[in-house]
Every structure is written in structure tokens, then in C-alpha cells.
Design a protein around this ligand. Structure first.
Ligand code: B12
Length: 437
């Protein structure tokens, strides 16, 4: 039986680290291996660092395993490669396997730091990848046809016990029928959605309650892609009187179904994270969002009417956005009394339509992947300079979380922003030097 360490490398500083949400890929695959008798640990580098290059320190456990599996997003790829190279240097016999959203599209790059790169979904291939030392190179992980046949993720394989996820992560479906230009979900998981059986999901929620979790976060890209199935899940949660509050991501169209909203409210939905993306109708069209400004307004109002908080997710920097868009966005959020919001900068993720468009137009000015985290400008916008767009990012966060509106949110957001500014001094200086107004 093999000793296997999964690593989710950390991203360079951004606010997301504070939420301590793990990627589920490591835990799902780790659970399959554990059930097959392997000894599995999952390291989250953002919670407990596994490598310090300046001190030449590498977590000892990583040199004593047979296989290391790294799960990489684009923003964490550089750090992942660094960790993989450091492990290979001290323990060349350890098999390094990479997978996740970044290696899926940049496999030729990733294989320079790994023995095996798995593109796509890992469930069907993970046992062979770990057990068969001759399986090397770049392989395709076939899409899972039945999500219910895999075990419920075992969170006990996370190594850092002092800082567990604040909310239990739960993923009940894969795929998205939409095709927004900045996203890679439909390319990776398909436009035809796959669902776990409702009973299997309920079993997982009951397990999390028994583990002491008071909150759940549904990782599904759209919690209500299939509204009837979502209603069935909610009815069962209500019938079972499950004592747990939850949040989820969805599109504005949830608000078009009154029964769904009522069930969500009764089943203890606390906050909905909605991909509003923009208040600029032209931008919504550019993003291929298939949603109008009225849909957004209607959604906020109806969620509030049902006692559900609204977290608005916005993406700034489309070809239709100009210097006024950020201001209009924040004004809209305040007028609509959105409870919380996040303002990401558009960034071309490998595998997305946006990447192909901007790359073919020669507008991507850096492929330093650690900057691809939604808080750095990495391409030339059409109606602003890169520096202006970067400034809009800071402006939106500062303006939205103002002292007058909510002193607690103001304090937290300023603390994070100040840290961000400190950590990104050189990145901003570089941008200034390169793109003077
Ligand atoms: C939860 C989530 C978050 C959480 C936590 C993420 C974290 N820990 O970093 C939060 C909200 C904090 C977050 C933040 C961000 N996210 Co996010 N997020 C997700 C989401 C919705 C679910 C992730 C998940 O668990 N999926 C379910 C599991 C089962 O899938 P998986 O982890 O990909 O694993 C499967 C395969 O990839 C593969 N696999 C994965 N790892 C490995 C390893 C090995 C060895 C093998 C063999 C296979 C393998 O097998 C797994 C099972 O099939 C995904 C969308 C999605 N549907 O996946 C986006 C997604 C991962 N996020 C994305 C992005 C871009 C961001 C942000 C930059 C936000 C933004 N502004 O756009 C930030 C950056 C955070 C950072 N760390 O830098 C992109 C990543 C694309 C990319 N190339 O990097 C995704 C894919 C969505 C998209 N828009 O395309 N995110």
C-alpha cells in the first residue's frame, strides 16, 4: 500500500485564503485512495505552509511518501511547480502526479515538473495513477458518469486540524450548461450536467452535522441548474429538520421560481452567492452571460424578501467597461442594498474562450500565473489602461465596504486590502512603470 500526500499549493496573497475553503478534488481523490487501503494525507499549503524556499525548508512528511499528488489552479501553478521541484530534488524516487484546472489545459507545461499529468477528472484514473509506476506522461481522466458511486469525501484526511474549513464544502453536481467566456467549468466538466442522487447528498450533510459543522457551502457552479432536483433536496432537508445553515452559488434565474425561493428559505439558506458579473448590459453580452440588469434587480429583491442574504460577484474589465463602470457597479450595489460583494478583475484562464480571444489579439502582457487570481490586471483592456483598471479594483473594494455602511466589514476589508497592497507593492510598481497613464 502506498503512502500518498496530496497538496493544494497556496496562491500569492489574496482575500480568498481567509475563507479556508479547500478544493474538493484532493479530498475526493484522497478518499478513494484511502478506501482502497492507501495511507493518505491532504496538505493545504495556505493553511500550513509545506515549503519555504528562502530557508530551504520542506515539510519532512513530503519526503517520506511514495507519491505526491498536486492539485493546481492557474494562480497556484507556479507555487505547485516549485514544491514539486523541491521534492524531486531531495527524493527523486517519489512519483509526482499533477491534476486540476491548470494542468488540464497546460499539461505540456506541467509535465516538466511531474511524472504524470492527469487532464480532466481524476476519479476513474487515480488508483492506476498511484499504483502503476509505469503510468507516466500526460493522460486524460475520463469524465465520471455516476457521481453517486464514489464515497462521501472524508475530511479527516486534511492534515491541519487546528484550522479546519469554517464551513463544510459539499459538491452535488458537475457541469454547467452556460458558456461564459471567462470560465472553464463547462469546458472541463461539460455543458451536460451530472448530479449525485439526493439521498447520497443528504447522507453527506448528516455526516457533516455529526462532525460538528454548523454551516455548509455548496460548491456546485449553479445550485439550481435542475430546479426540480434542487427542490427535492430542499424538501428532504426540511423534512429531516437538518440543523445546518448553508450558502450556495447560482444564477439570477433562481428568483424566477417562487416555490424554490420559499423552500430555500425554509431549509435555512443564509446567503446566496450570485454571479451578477456586471451592471453594464453590454458587458453582460460580451461575457455571454445570458442575463439582464432587470434579472439582477429582481433576484436581489426577491432573495431579500425571502430573508436570504445576497453576495454579489462582479467581474470588471470587459471590452465594454470603461473608467465609469466600477463606480456604477458600487453605486448599484449600495442602491440595491446588496449585503456583501466581491469585485474580481477579468483574467484569461487557460482553457477559457477569453484566453483564446485575448491571446490571438496579443493583449495578454504577462503569463506569470500567480497573478491570475482575479486581483491583478494581466491583459490590456480596451477602454482603460491596465493601471486604471487595477486602480478600479482597489476603488471598488474600498468604496463598497465603507465605514458608514458597515463598520465591521469596513475594518475587515481594510485590513485585507492593506495587506494586499503591501504584498503587491512590486507588482503595482511594475504595472506603473510599464503602463504610465
Ligand atoms: C470552491 C471554489 C473556490 C473556493 C475555494 C478555492 C481554493 N481552495 O482555492 C473560493 C471561493 C475561495 C475560490 C476562489 C477562486 N477561484 Co474558484 N472555484 C471553486 C469551484 C466552484 C469548486 C472547486 C471544486 O472543489 N470543484 C469540485 C472538484 C471535484 O473539482 P476539482 O477540484 O477541479 O478536482 C477534479 C479535477 O480537477 C481533478 N483533479 C484535481 N486535482 C487533482 C490532482 C490530481 C493529482 C489528479 C490526478 C486529478 C486532480 O480531479 C478532481 C475530481 O474529478 C471551482 C469550479 C468547479 N466547478 O470546480 C472554481 C474554480 C476552481 N475557481 C476558479 C478561479 C479562477 C478562482 C478565483 C481566481 C476567483 C476568481 N475571481 O475568478 C479564486 C482564486 C483562489 C485561489 N486559491 O487563488 C477557476 C480555476 C480555473 C483555473 N485555471 O485556475 C474555477 C475552475 C472556476 C472557473 N471560473 O473556471 N474558488
Amino acid at each position: 500500500m502506498a503512502k500518498v500526500a496530496f497538496i493544494e499549493p497556496s496562491c500569492s496573497f489574496n482575500s480568498y485564503g481567509y475563507f479556508r475553503f479547500p478544493l474538493m478534488g484532493t479530498i475526493c481523490l484522497g478518499t478513494i485512495l484511502k478506501e482502497a487501503g492507501h495511507d493518505v494525507m491532504v496538505f493545504r499549503d495556505s493553511v500550513q505552509s509545506v515549503y519555504d524556499k528562502s530557508k530551504g525548508w520542506l515539510h519532512e512528511a513530503l519526503t517520506k511518501v511514495d507519491v505526491v499528488c498536486l492539485s493546481l489552479m492557474t494562480s497556484t501553478a507556479e507555487r505547485g511547480y516549485l514544491i514539486a521541484d523541491a521534492i524531486k530534488k531531495v527524493a527523486p524516487k517519489i512519483k509526482i502526479i499533477m491534476g486540476g484546472p491548470h494542468p488540464t489545459y497546460m499539461s505540456e507545461e506541467a509535465i516538466n515538473h511531474a511524472d504524470l499529468v492527469v487532464k480532466g477528472e481524476g476519479e476513474e484514473i487515480i488508483l492506476d495513477a498511484v499504483e502503476n509506476e509505469n503510468l507516466t506522461g500526460i493522460v486524460e481522466g475520463p469524465p465520471v458518469s455516476d457521481l453517486t458511486k464514489y464515497p462521501i469525501p472524508d475530511l479527516s484526511i486534511l492534515t491541519e486540524k487546528k484550522l479546519p474549513p469554517r464551513q463544510a464544502p459539499i459538491s452535488t453536481s458537475r457541469g454547467c450548461p452556460y458558456d461564459c467566456i471567462f470560465c472553464t467549468v463547462s469546458a472541463t466538466f461539460g455543458r451536460k450536467c451530472r448530479f449525485r442522487e439526493v439521498g447520497h447528498v443528504i447522507e453527506e450533510i448528516e455526516k457533516r452535522i455529526s462532525e460538528g459543522f454548523k454551516k455548509l457551502f455548496f460548491y456546485d457552479d449553479n445550485f439550481a441548474i435542475n430546479k426540480e432536483r434542487t427542490k427535492e433536496l430542499l424538501r428532504r432537508m426540511i423534512r429531516k429538520n437538518l440543523k445546518i445553515s448553508w450558502s450556495a452559488e447560482s444564477r439570477t434565474d433562481i428568483a424566477k421560481d417562487k416555490e424554490l425561493l420559499e423552500l430555500m428559505s425554509k431549509a435555512n439558506c443564509s446567503t446566496m452567492f450570485i454571479g451578477f458579473e456586471s451592471v453594464n448590459p453590454e458587458t453582460l453580452a460580451v461575457y455571454n452571460k445570458k442575463q439582464s440588469l432587470d434579472d439582477i434587480k429582481n433576484c436581489i429583491k426577491l432573495l431579500h424578501d425571502h430573508g436570504i442574504r445576497v453576495h454579489g460577484m462582479f467581474v470588471l474589465g470587459s471590452d465594454a467597461d470603461d473608467n465609469s463602470t466600477a463606480k456604477e457597479t458600487v453605486k448599484f450595489c449600495h442602491e440595491m442594498k446588496i449585503d456583501s460583494a466581491q469585485f474580481a478583475l477579468l483574467h484569461p484562464l487557460p482553457g477559457s474562450k477569453l484566453y483564446d480571444i485575448l491571446d490571438s489579439q496579443g493583449r495578454i502582457f504577462t503569463k506569470k500565473w500567480s497573478l491570475y487570481d482575479g486581483s491583478h490586471v494581466v491583459f490590456k483592456p480596451l477602454k482603460m489602461t491596465p493601471l486604471e483598471l487595477q486602480e478600479k479594483f482597489m476603488y471598488s473594494w474600498k468604496k463598497f465596504y465603507s465605514l458608514m455602511r458597515n463598520p465591521l466589514y469596513f475594518a475587515v476589508s481594510r485590513y485585507i486590502l492593506n495587506k494586499w497592497e503591501k504584498a503587491n507593492k512590486s507588482a503595482i510598481a511594475e504595472l506603473k512603470a510599464r503602463f504610465k497613464k
